[in-house]
Ligand binder design. Structure first.
Ligand SMILES: Cc1cc2nc3c(=O)[nH]c(=O)nc-3n(C[C@H](O)[C@H](O)[C@H](O)COP(=O)(O)OP(=O)(O)OC[C@H]3O[C@@H](n4cnc5c(N)ncnc54)[C@H](O)[C@@H]3O)c2cc1C
Length: 465
């Protein structure tokens, strides 16, 4: 069956768009998920897909999904492979749908402040295209240079400037998609609508399980007129959370607000004594001036000390560095980063509980966190754990144990189990805790209705019925 689907795709799309050579298949086995890299490292790599399809347009995507539906062959959409939760994991019978050839800038509209892109467009290239017109998407995930516009939507991504500019769901104007049966839909119209449920949310966070995003129209901003930075230092995480809450609930929206615990603060800047808070103020010059002055006043009133602004400048310069896992794995170090969120009244409990639990792992080198996205009702935490072992055979178990400790600590105190990386395969077993049994059942019904043959990215996001 597997070879016959490759042959059918070959006949329908042509040789150039359906690759079966070992090098291409091997390069598309998985995304950036640490566990896939651990499995490669310890000599238990997953299988390659049957073929890699590179559609050139919507019609190619429709053809692929119709043939896959008829053959009940799994289809795994691939943007740029920067996902970190195992959203892309080839199965031996799967078609890997690489969106990389659908990479056009379709239009830039400076009147309505809209830009339309093919879904496979690289994020940084998309930003550069609008920057040339004096505009910005304002969406800056650390992975901006190695992720796609369609991938941002599929994972509900967040950028570093989210506090003022919003997460991807606040930036998306409309989404084009092909459903599993091959039907093409356009979801979203106008700046806002009250036309029933917002169907864009079927694709936002769908992680390739409900269809293929083929195009995305994003709502832009004019490039900021002015930028100022502020830095502060607080004695502990609780004092920092109180300060952030006061700033945000007073009505100020610095696009970047980041708070590092003591360990991460020292890693960021050796002068740090305790917990650093970094802010970037951006926008019209009068607003930027007023905001930075108001935040400084709040800090003075709350006894929060200033820190050198060059720490923020250094962060701005190095913020989009993409690490590789292999050097760590080669030294027996299992590591990952895990993001969660919670309301103000529980965030410190989660921080304390999860960090203590991580630091109790035998061989723990690091168990730390920072926050990077703040809201009126709470904020996220972004944990890092690193554990060293001299037993390669235990790496997978150690990895899953680190994750379990963060998920359980977050769940214990009523937090949300993912802020922006998505569910993929690593969090799938925890989804019932997040959505409840009824919520998971609803998601399964939506999946069944849209994808009756279960072809779209099986094993990701949605637990089996
Ligand atoms: C160093 C590093 C830093 C990161 N920083 C951030 C960050 O700051 N903020 C953040 O939100 N994330 C971050 N990420 C995670 C990742 O970059 C995002 O999840 C990103 O949105 C994934 O985009 P991608 O194109 O690489 O998607 P992929 O990894 O290719 O795919 C991710 C998921 O989306 C699905 N998918 C991809 N394209 C489509 C499509 N066209 N249609 C349907 N489904 C599709 C895939 O099947 C998969 O389930 C980071 C990752 C790394 C490695």
């Amino acid at each position: 069956m597997t070879q016959s689907i490759a042959q059918a795709l070959w006949a329908a799309l042509g040789e150039a768009k359906v690759r079966t050579d070992a090098e291409t298949l091997n390069a598309r086995r998985h995304d950036y998920w640490v566990l896939s890299h651990v499995r490669d490292h310890v000599g238990t790599p997953g299988p390659p897909p049957v073929c890699v399809v590179r559609p050139a347009d919507v019609a190619d995507v429709q053809t692929t999904l119709r043939l896959a539906s008829a053959a009940a062959a799994p289809v795994i959409p691939f943007g740029q492979g920067s996902g970190v939760v195992g959203g892309v994991l080839a199965g031996a019978d799967s078609i890997l749908l690489d969106m990389g050839a659908m990479n056009a800038v379709r239009s830039i509209d400076p009147v309505n402040l809209l830009a339309a892109f093919d879904a496979g467009k690289n994020g940084l290239e998309a930003e550069q295209a609008v920057a040339a017109e004096g505009l910005t998407i304002g969406h800056w995930p650390q992975s901006v240079a190695v992720s796609s516009v369609g991938g941002w939507v599929a994972t509900r991504a967040s950028g570093q400037f989210s506090t003022a500019y919003g997460n991807i769901e606040d930036i998306v104007h409309s989404i084009d998609a092909v459903l599993p049966d091959g039907e093409f839909v356009v979801l979203g119209k106008g700046p806002r609508a009250s036309s029933g449920p917002d169907l864009r949310h079927l694709m936002l966070g769908s992680e390739g399980t409900l269809g293929v995003i083929t195009g995305v129209t994003l709502s832009l901003r004019r490039a900021a007129e002015a930028r100022l930075v502020s830095a502060f230092e607080v004695a502990d995480m609780r004092a920092g959370f109180d300060f952030q809450r006061e700033v945000i609930q007073s009505g100020w929206r610095p696009p970047v607000v980041r708070q590092y615990d003591g360990r991460e603060s020292r890693r960021l800047d050796s002068r740090a004594q305790a917990c650093l808070i970094l802010m970037v103020h951006e926008g019209p010059a009068t607003l930027v001036g007023a905001e930075s002055a108001a935040v400084a006043q709040i800090a003075a009133r709350m006894g929060v000390a200033k820190a050198p602004g060059d720490i923020v400048e250094a962060w701005l310069d190095h913020r989009n560095t993409v690490p590789t896992w292999d050097a760590f794995l080669g030294r027996g170090i299992v590591l990952d980063t895990v993001e969660v969120s919670a309301d103000w009244d529980r965030i410190a409990l989660i921080y304390d509980d999860a960090v203590a639990s991580l630091q109790a792992i035998p061989g723990c080198l690091a168990g730390s966190a920072h926050s990077s996205h703040v809201y009126r009702s709470g904020l996220n935490l972004y944990f890092t754990f690193a554990v060293q072992t001299d037993e390669p055979g235990r790496m997978e178990a150690i990895y899953l144990d680190g994750w379990r400790r963060i998920m359980e600590a977050t769940d214990r105190h009523g937090g949300s189990l993912s802020h922006h990386h998505g569910i993929g395969r690593v969090r799938r077993e925890y989804l019932t805790r997040e959505l409840g049994l009824a919520g998971v059942s609803l998601l399964q019904k939506v999946k069944k209705a849209l994808d009756p043959h279960g072809i779209m990215n099986p094993g990701a996001l949605i637990p089996d019925a």
